[in-house]
Design a binder for this molecule. Structure first.
Ligand code: NAP
Length: 474
């Protein structure tokens, strides 16, 4: 179903699209598929709603969000099951995602009350200078399938808290999670037109959103090539833009690191979501003196991970999103092997051919010339590189084009601080493989994105700064 101006409805054309379970290949549901016309309607509904929504107090807007968060908590199990069925991640991981998605709504329900302005000292006694922060207007949000609930609330909660109205286009492979989140918005009583949902063909909906002068903000999470294209498309209407794009995270393990903790960190950042995470570890740099032991221990642990349908108990690694994703992983592994990479575990498709599963894979002797180094693999493949010293590893870890997340394990405090400052990444975890929280900014450097989501920075992305100078003389 589409959700426009507070109503659930079919597409004008009656068109639908099927939603598949990547663990079984079966159709699990069919939803309405709208296009240009419905997008126009949604933009107009959001534009109309903006007139009154921007005037609501932050406290009032926060109450709607708090109610939506309560409803999401009540439906946590249902939303998580939907995520698992349409994109494959194991149920406990889907539950964790929903908890994270709720955290954003709760955080911004509070933050809605704290959109402060500033006073600026004047250069003349007869002037009073102020900076006001006002909502930018209608915001278009485009989200990917890999976190089909939390990527939505990370955008919509701050937008709504700021006083913007929203048109969301989720990934068509995961529309059911989006519908579940919107059901909570609907039940929470969001006024008509404040949040709108359009499911359908990316190109058609995307063009309408980017070309419309009524859309004043575009927030996108997805791949770097699509992000670049949307930036170009939005140029004619000079929108406020934020982009959360692809990543290629280095995971650096120094010789003094707690090896057990580092291995646990790699398992968590590499194989969770089957490696389909923008902050997934993509390159593991291990100090030469400990590399052999590290590789062996990591491969032993990776080989023990249970692959399967995410609804089954004890599954650690679910399927990849589709056959195309599986082929890309196969291609990257074949390329690594051809360039003398050594497969320590995995390296094959998994299962009876029904779902798109790939074995957790560890590759030793990775090289800079391999595709796994230069492209985002987006699969459960862990390549190990070795390094001699700190200077060398900093140079190699800083990617030419990506700069989203980086991890570093060391017990040397000074080195930890040096790494923190030298790594050219928007997010750095020092002895911490999970540096993501609702109250902190999330976003990349270089071609990994622009702007931030989460924390105080996240709401500023939906606010315009207005300078006002008031003459107070007679
Ligand atoms: P994608 O292909 O770029 O798609 C993301 C979204 O953009 C989907 O809704 C997609 O719809 C839509 N889209 C594609 N072409 C479009 C167009 N011409 N106009 C408008 N919308 C368009 O990325 P993905 O494969 O879904 O997601 C994986 C990527 O997202 C990875 O690169 C990952 O690193 C990145 N990601 C980044 C973050 C972050 O916070 N930095 C978080 C999660 C994921 P269709 O599916 O219909 O094409």
């Amino acid at each position: 179903m589409l959700y426009i101006n507070g109503e659930w409805r079919q597409a004008n054309s009656g068109q639908t699209l099927d939603v598949l379970n990547p663990a079984t290949g079966e159709i699990i549901n069919t939803v309405a598929s709208g296009g240009k016309e419905e997008t126009k309607e949604a933009i107009q509904a959001a534009k109309k709603a903006f007139k009154s929504w921007k005037k609501a107090t932050g406290e009032e807007r926060g109450k709607y969000l708090a109610k939506a968060a309560e409803l999401m908590k009540e439906k946590k199990g249902e939303i998580a099951r939907t995520i698992t069925m349409e994109m494959g991640k194991p149920l406990p991981h889907a539950e964790r995602e929903v908890a994270g998605a709720i955290n954003y709504v709760v955080w911004y329900a509070e933050e809605a009350k704290r959109v402060y302005g500033e006073t600026i000292p004047a250069s003349h006694p007869d002037k009073h200078l102020m900076l006001l922060r006002q909502p930018v207007g209608v915001a278009a949000a485009i989200t990917p399938w890999n976190f089909p609930a939390s990527m939505i609330t990370r955008k919509i909660a701050p937008a709504i808290a700021a006083g913007c109205t929203v048109v969301l286009k989720p990934a068509p492979s995961t529309p059911l999670s989006a519908i579940k989140v919107f059901e909570c918005f609907h039940e929470a009583g969001f006024p008509e037109g404040v949040a709108n949902l359009i499911i359908g063909p990316a190109d058609e909906i995307g063009k309408e959103l980017t070309k419309s002068p009524d859309v004043r903000k575009l927030t996108f999470t997805g791949s770097t090539p699509v992000g670049k294209m949307l930036l170009k498309e939005s140029a004619d209407t000079v929108k406020k833009i934020s982009m959360e794009l692809g990543g290629h995270a280095p995971f650096i393990v120094f010789e003094d690191a707690d090896m057990g903790a580092a291995i646990k960190g790699v398992l968590g950042t590499k194989f969770v979501n089957s490696g389909q995470t923008c902050i997934s570890t993509n390159r593991i740099y291990v100090a030469e003196s400990i590399a052999e032991e590290f590789g062996q221990r990591l491969a032993e642990q990776a080989a023990k991970l249970k692959v399967g349908n995410g609804l089954e108990d004890g599954v650690d690694v679910g399927p990849l999103i589709n056959e195309q994703a599986l082929e890309k992983v196969e291609n990257h592994v074949a390329d690594a092997v051809q360039q003398n990479g050594k497969v320590l575990c995995g390296g094959n498709r998994y299962g009876n051919g029904k779902g798109s599963f790939y074995e957790p894979t560890v590759i030793n002797f990775a090289q800079e010339s391999m595709k796994i180094t230069t492209e985002e693999t987006f699969g459960p493949v862990a390549p190990i590189y070795t390094f001699k010293d700190e200077e060398e590893v900093i140079e190699r870890a800083n990617h030419e084009s990506y700069g989203l997340a980086a991890y570093c394990f060391t017990k040397d405090l000074g080195r930890g601080y040096r790494m923190m400052s030298e790594l050219e990444y928007g997010i750095v975890g020092i002895n911490d493989p999970a540096p993501i929280v609702a109250q902190a900014p999330f976003g990349g450097f270089k071609e990994s994105g622009m702007g931030k989501e989460g924390g105080r920075s996240g709401i500023l992305e939906y606010l315009e700064e207005k300078f006002v100078s008031v003459g107070i003389g007679n």
